[in-house]
Design a binder for this molecule. Structure first.
Ligand code: PMT
Length: 421
């Protein structure tokens, strides 16, 4: 399932029309949907809705003209412009529409919009006669010709006290359009990142694990780690786009290709069971998850409380199953088994040891002592170890691009393996 808004960066550009008050509800719905929302506004917009309200609802600072003018060195509008996945001009007045159609940059909102490479959605709202005027129609057409998506305005009761075409379209329609544009953006970003050099994996079945397992301490607390699942999802998406039938056993829910079969689990024991179910028909297994080596011997049935100020707590842990090792032990001829290793000290030696100890065909080492490598970030740098072959290093790059590069290595190993059968 594609979670359309999850972790997407949406920049709302609010201009000075009465419909600006409706943006508060839009912000709430986007945040509820999992989007990361920032708002910037023109001075006139501040007459209709307060900076404070939008900051509280968006859980982020709001960029206003005054902030920008007062601290232009500190508030970097170009960084805001580049940050966004989608920029939504809502409501868009005739005045700001005219400025944008002409490429004017005379305030923080128009300057940031002009500097933004993000996909743009304009949701105009204004007086009906204004909307119908030739000048506004010309400007709307110019914006569309520049690639801006236009939504509305709608027919209905206007602030003027009569019905006409000029209303902001209903919020559900704005939410749906935002979701569609984010999904399209996601697809084209994935295609641009991964399609060029992907191996052909059609006819192959791939099982991948992603995310950090969660081991319950009590009904509200658990042991886990810093894995975001990004590396596993990048591999699953790349493999799916390369034509493979992909099963992703995951502890997290991130956007991914519609064809990927996601199996959601929490614990190492559940992950092992899901992997064992999917494995018999797989050609390739990739263990990108960070699996907890330990779980609680006896998770508490009720929330653990402290009874005194000096209370400590001792947790008794037992070992979890080693999924990668059991997959390698059950390996059938023609299957390629790949593990990851996140190491902080003596990385190469430890990765080599893991290769031998877990009896896998390949270990992908992330040296997580280096800043920005491995857990949680969008980038990674890895070295691939295979028995009897020289190590192959991949410099730091986006996890999406790295996934494609790794799949090329795995596809070649898989071809060599099956050629011997
Ligand atoms: O999810 P991201 O934020 O994108 O980060 C990516 C990552 C750093 C988590 C990923 O690239 C990675 O390195 N995953 C393995 C992390 C790890 O904890 O490695 P390990 O050294 O503990 O385990 C080695 C291998 O054995 C891994 O393939 C792991 O999935 C597997 N394992 C470990 C323990 C266990 N009980 N069962 C396992 O199958």
């Amino acid at each position: 399932m594609l979670t359309t808004y999850q972790n997407k960066k949406v920049l709302l550009a609010v201009t000075g029309g009465i419909a600006a008050y409706k943006v508060t509800e839009l912000v709430r719905q986007l945040v509820k949907g999992g989007a990361i929302v920032r708002v910037m506004m023109t001075p006139t917009a501040e007459d209709f809705v307060s900076q404070r309200t939008l900051a509280i609802l968006s859980q982020n600072p709001v960029l206003t003209e005054a902030d920008w003018q007062a601290a232009s060195a500190a508030v970097d509008h170009v960084a805001w412009a580049r940050w966004a996945d989608l920029l939504v001009l809502v409501p868009l007045t005739a005045n700001t529409m005219a400025k944008l159609a002409q490429g004017l940059a005379d305030n923080v909102l128009t300057t940031t919009t002009l500097a933004s490479p993000a996909v743009k959605l304009a949701v105009p709202a204004m007086n009906d006669v204004m909307w119908a005027s030739p000048a506004v129609q010309r400007n709307a057409a110019l914006l569309q010709a520049d690639g801006v998506h236009l939504l509305g305005p709608a027919e209905g009761f206007l602030a003027e006290g009569y019905a006409g075409k000029g209303r902001l379209v209903p919020l559900e329609q704005i939410m749906t359009t935002i979701g569609q544009l984010l999904a399209e953006e996601d697809r084209s970003a994935r295609a641009a990142d991964q399609l060029p050099d992907l191996p052909d994996l059609s006819g192959r079945q791939v099982v991948i694990t992603a995310g950090g397992t969660r081991e319950a301490i009590d009904p509200v607390r658990y042991l886990t780690n810093r894995s975001s699942g990004k590396m596993g999802y990048a591999l699953a998406n790349a493999a799916a786009i390369a034509g493979a039938k992909v099963t992703l056993v995951t502890t997290v829910d991130r956007p991914c290709d519609d064809s990927v079969k996601q199996v959601f689990v929490e614990t190492a024991v559940e992950m092992l069971a899901a992997v064992e179910t999917a494995l018999p028909t797989a050609d390739l297994f990739i263990g990108a998850a960070a699996v907890s080596d330990f779980r609680l011997a006896h998770p508490a049935a009720e929330k653990i409380k402290k009874s005194g100020p000096d209370d400590g707590l001792t947790l008794q842990l037992v070992q979890n199953p080693d999924i990668l090792r059991s997959v390698a032990q059950a390996k059938k001829p023609g299957q390629l088994i790949v593990g990851f290793a996140a190491e902080t000290n003596d990385p190469a030696a430890n990765a080599q040891k893991k290769l031998a100890r877990k009896q896998v065909d390949c270990i992908v080492l992330n040296d997580v002592s280096q800043a920005g490598i491995g857990f949680n970030g969008d980038d990674n740098a890895v070295t691939v170890f295979r028995p009897g072959q020289p190590a192959v290093h991949f410099e730091r790059m986006k996890k999406t691009a790295l996934a494609a590069a790794l799949l090329r290595v795995f596809a070649q190993s898989l071809d060599e393996l099956t050629a011997d059968l």
